[in-house]
Design a binder for this molecule. Structure first.
Ligand code: ZN
Length: 499
């Protein structure tokens, strides 16, 4: 198996370059001065191209061919067989893409991110429009490296959700949509809790320290991570031993940093939990973005918006903010952070409306890719769809079409994985609660060790060894299924809203 040793050495080098690309990106979003965008775009383009050249070198193709006979004799589920399988999949995709495209994409998205930040700050879509036009063109060109496809959106989706097809996502969403719309209607008719206490003004340090306490209890390892501030929260790993998160703090809104930190910590716990034997290989990654989101959304919502969690943490939060929360009891707080209220911002949406933000984005992305929607018309159509789906229209584009960073990074195809991640999180949660019958009591004591150990064992350890649907099937006995999530929503909100 000398060839396998050689292949692993090549993969190690490729992953090292990827870590360097990731570091440039992390720095751009945290500390790089805005004036550095042009230099950074060149450095990023060169390194991305180097990564692509190494990943598509004929030597890799030859090694994969030479290894075919020996792979046939391996247990198909062993690490080596899975590594070769994943490597073959990546290689066969990457060789279709041209070097010119890779460099153009890296350069364009680096410049677009800085333009997006300026556009968002000044609520001026026009500053971002030419960049997004360029990116949509690049993504269409990307899809066309993969002809024939069933749908032009399929190759994009496949980058984030291996094996998933647009038609399958649409079919899942068609099951979810009417149930969530009915739930929102039913709760709108009920008495609403007054949530003004969540927007009273909370000093930044108090918020930061509380978030740190929460995610430390979750198990976030500060020896292998750090938290910084960025305009859009994200998680970036540079290997299993260095997985960083960011958050943003809004003094007017307690929920922003609180749930943002929990969300990113969920991503980071996943990446910190890959088995060390997978280090510096393509298997040291998430199985897909939906599986990644199942982890972040689980810690943020199934844990972080639950009553057992707040039984432990609420007295501590009250102690940190006595003037704001001293007179608000636990029940009112719990109902407040779970209020169903259609709003502009996806990342701050409640669990009942969240998926509708995603479904709307999927429609827009598909229209952009199909060419039936022009970028210049995007803000107007965005607002129309907000009205149609949620009955609210953002007062400016900063709170509307410019709110998310994804398009500036070229990540069309990513959004559906958030909703799929919600569904998977509830599927896993049902199994977890069977396996850990005292989980609620543990959370009431601020203990998350058994939960994290379960996730490590069943989800994290294997990294990208299994494709997402296969992983979900192995753990839950079925493929991605919307029913557990819909059951979870109905049970939770029936109780909160006395439906
Ligand atoms: Zn996330």
């Amino acid at each position: 198996m000398d060839k396998l040793v050689t292949l692993k050495q090549r993969l190690n080098e490729i992953m090292d370059i990827q870590a360097a690309v990731a570091m440039l990106d992390w720095d751009q979003q945290t500390y790089m001065p805005a004036g550095g965008a042009e230099d950074r775009s060149d450095a990023s383009a060169t390194l991305s191209n180097l990564f692509h050249l190494k990943a598509t070198a004929p030597e890799i193709g030859d090694l994969l061919e030479d290894l075919r006979p020996s792979v046939a004799g391996l247990d198909p589920d062993c690490d080596d067989a899975r590594l070769i399988k994943a490597c073959r999949r990546n290689y066969e995709k990457q060789v279709r893409v041209s070097s010119e495209w890779v460099m153009d994409f890296a350069r364009s998205t680096t410049l677009a991110q800085t333009a997006w930040e300026q556009a968002k700050r000044s609520a001026n879509f026009k500053l971002f429009q030419p960049h997004l036009e360029k990116i949509v063109g690049l993504r269409r060109a990307y899809a066309n490296f993969f002809t024939p496809y069933q749908h032009i959106y399929d190759p994009l989706l496949d980058d984030f959700e291996p094996g998933m097809k647009t038609a399958e996502v649409q079919s899942i969403f068609n099951t979810v949509r009417p149930v969530q719309v009915a739930l929102i209607k039913a709760t709108a008719a009920q008495t609403q809790v007054d949530t003004s206490f969540l927007e009273l003004g909370y000093d930044e340090k108090g918020q930061w320290d509380f978030g740190v306490e929460v995610i430390t209890r979750f198990g976030y390892d500060w020896n292998h991570g750090r938290q910084d501030k960025s305009i859009h929260p994200f998680t970036q790993g540079f290997g299993i031993g260095d997985v960083r998160i960011t958050t943003r703090v809004d003094q007017k809104r307690l929920a922003t940093a609180l749930f943002g930190s929990m969300h990113e910590a969920g991503h980071a716990l996943y990446e910190m939990g890959f088995d060390r034997s997978l280090r510096r290989t393509p298997l040291a990654g998430g199985a897909s973005m939906a599986i990644h989101e199942s982890q972040s959304r689980m810690w943020e919502n199934l844990v972080g918006r639950s009553l057992p969690f707040w039984k432990f943490f609420y007295p501590r939060l009250q102690k940190a903010f006595p003037a704001q929360l001293g007179g608000v009891d636990l029940t009112k707080f719990y109902r407040g952070i779970n209020k169903i209220s259609p709003t502009f911002i996806r990342v701050e949406a409640d669990e009942a409306t969240y998926n509708l933000h995603i479904m709307r984005r999927l429609e827009l992305e598909i229209a952009l890719m199909e060419g039936t929607l022009a970028v210049q018309d995007l803000p107007e159509v965005w607002n129309q769809k907000m009205q149609g789906y949620l009955g609210v229209v953002p007062p400016n584009d900063s709170l509307g079409v410019l709110q998310d960073i994804h398009w500036s990074g070229g990540m069309l195809g990513y959004f559906p994985t958030y909703a799929l991640g919600n569904l998977v999180s509830a599927q896993l949660w049902e199994v977890i609660n069977k396996d850990l019958p005292t989980l609620n009591a543990q959370m009431e004591r601020g203990e998350f060790g058994e939960l994290l150990a379960w996730l490590r064992q069943n989800v994290h350890r294997s990294g990208a060894k299994f494709e997402p649907q296969e992983l979900v099937q192995r753990i839950t006995g079925s493929r991605i299924d919307p029913q557990p999530y819909l059951r979870y929503l109905q049970t939770k909100y029936n109780e909160i809203y006395h439906l």
